[in-house]
Design a protein around this ligand. Structure first.
Ligand code: GLC
Length: 427
């Protein structure tokens, strides 16, 4: 198994858009609805029969992603329910056989390319529809004794052939695919009996095939064997991530409201401000953010999600250069701030607005010029003698090497104001 070509486009992009969309979008109550409600195939069938997203416009998704500063989009080609959004020759359970009757993956891929975005596909290793997928603790019929008896002789090797064949289809039928997101392995999970992992997927061979078909592709880490990146889900690591003691590229995937699939009555929306902070926090720790959207049954991004992405777009429009191509800085950032570094620019992201002065330990003598990104207004450094003791209006008692900047009293109108520091050569 050879490692993939290059991660540069991926780590430079820093932000991606995840799209969870499929039959469950019609149920509109979480993408695990079939599992949650222990639905049979017959009970789930109406979504297949009524899948007719008349407003499917992946160009609109791609534009939303692009405007928000995302560099790539990842679509659920197949989720755990087994429904395929492309014209697979290996099953009838595809978008082609619904009233929609189109290959959604083909249109998606084309739309991303037209907007200059990298293309990612999500493929679920779990499959609750395939007749050879052995029933386990994730399965909707996990407690149905008759179903389990009837399914007792299911042969995972048969499913393996299907899985490998489908991945081959996706990697041969749609030109260059930049990123493959497998989901997921669960041999280690106590909450699911009959957990499956690398052996069940024949992961080594699968990954070899993937690399042979698309040598440049980036593959995630959910096959049960290491991939090119690691993928913390719905949590933020404390510091840059490592694998076997070595730094590793990582991407946190996050929902807008706790559900990946469209969830009509969910009011748990995260604010754009907290999502922008999440993105910044990740970059300061050398990571990406894959921010999800769950378009509805007509194929549209709902107004709340759209507004959230639009607000991120507004912030990114002013601040993208503190994100794209940026990474961690070698200095410890003061509390309530995050540093990102790109070339000779250090960016100070202010999670709360300090009163009048900002003290930056270790940066004295290292900064040639400082400005607020909002309006490129100069921020003037204060020269404070390190030996000076604080007294009345005289500031002092600061650790040696501290750079102090004077800030306006009024906080700029931005969810996260950013200071751009031009570092002296060699700093
Ligand atoms: C989990 C969930 C799934 C979602 C994925 C996103 O593994 O099972 O519904 O697609 O996370 O990373």
């Amino acid at each position: 198994m050879t490692a993939s070509a290059s991660l540069t486009w991926f780590t430079d992009a820093r932000l991606g858009m995840f799209v969870h969309w499929g039959l469950y979008s019609l149920a509109a109550r979480h993408e695990w609805v079939k599992n949650h409600e222990r639905m049979t195939d017959a009970e789930y069938e109406p979504y297949f029969a009524h899948f007719d997203p008349d407003r499917y416009d992946p160009r609109a998704w791609a534009r939303t992603a692009k405007a928000a500063g995302a560099g790539y989009v990842v679509l659920t080609a197949k989720h755990h329910d087994g429904f395929c959004l492309w014209n697979s020759a290996l099953t009838d359970y595809t978008s082609m056989n619904t009233p929609f009757g189109r290959d959604a993956v083909a249109e998606f891929v084309e739309a991303c390319r037209a907007e200059g975005l990298r293309v990612g596909l999500y493929y679920s290793l779990i499959d609750w529809h395939h007749r050879s997928f052995p029933v386990d603790g994730t399965h909707p019929q996990r407690d149905d004794e008759d179903f389990k008896t009837a399914a007792a002789d299911r042969d995972i090797r048969d499913y393996q052939r299907y899985l490998h064949g489908q991945v081959r289809e996706l990697l041969t039928g749609y030109g260059q695919i930049d990123y493959l997101f497998f989901d997921f392995s669960y041999t280690h999970r106590a909450d699911y009996w009959g957990g499956k992992g690398a052996e069940d997927w024949d992961a080594e061979n699968l990954l070899c095939m993937v690399r042979a078909l698309q040598p440049q592709i980036i593959v995630n880490d959910r096959l049960g064997i290491p991939g090119d990146i690691v993928t913390p889900e719905q949590y933020q690591p404390l510091e840059p991530m490592t694998r076997d003691g070595e730094p590793v590229a990582w991407e946190a995937c996050q929902t807008l409201n706790g559900s990946w699939g469209y969830d009509r009555d969910n009011l748990d929306s995260k604010s754009s401000e907290s999502l922008i902070k999440l993105l910044i926090d990740g970059v300061s720790k050398d990571g990406n953010l894959l921010l999800n959207v769950g378009p509805d049954g007509r194929g549209r991004i709902d107004p709340v999600a759209q507004r959230t992405f639009d607000e991120i777009a507004t912030w990114m429009d002013d601040h993208a250069r503190s994100i794209h191509g940026a990474g961690p800085a070698p200095w410890k950032a003061p509390s309530d701030t995050r540093y990102t570094l790109r070339g000779d620019r250090l960016y100070v992201h202010l999670f709360s607005w300090p009163f009048k002065h900002l003290h930056l330990p270790g940066l004295a003598g290292k900064v040639a010029y400082a400005q607020l990104m909002t309006d490129a207004s100069e921020l003037i450094p204060l020269h404070i003698d390190p030996d000076r003791v604080a007294q009345n209006t005289l500031m002092g008692g600061l650790p040696e090497g501290t750079l102090t900047l004077q800030l306006p009293i009024q906080r700029p109108h931005s969810p996260v104001p950013v200071i751009e520091l031009f570092l002296n050569p060699g700093s």
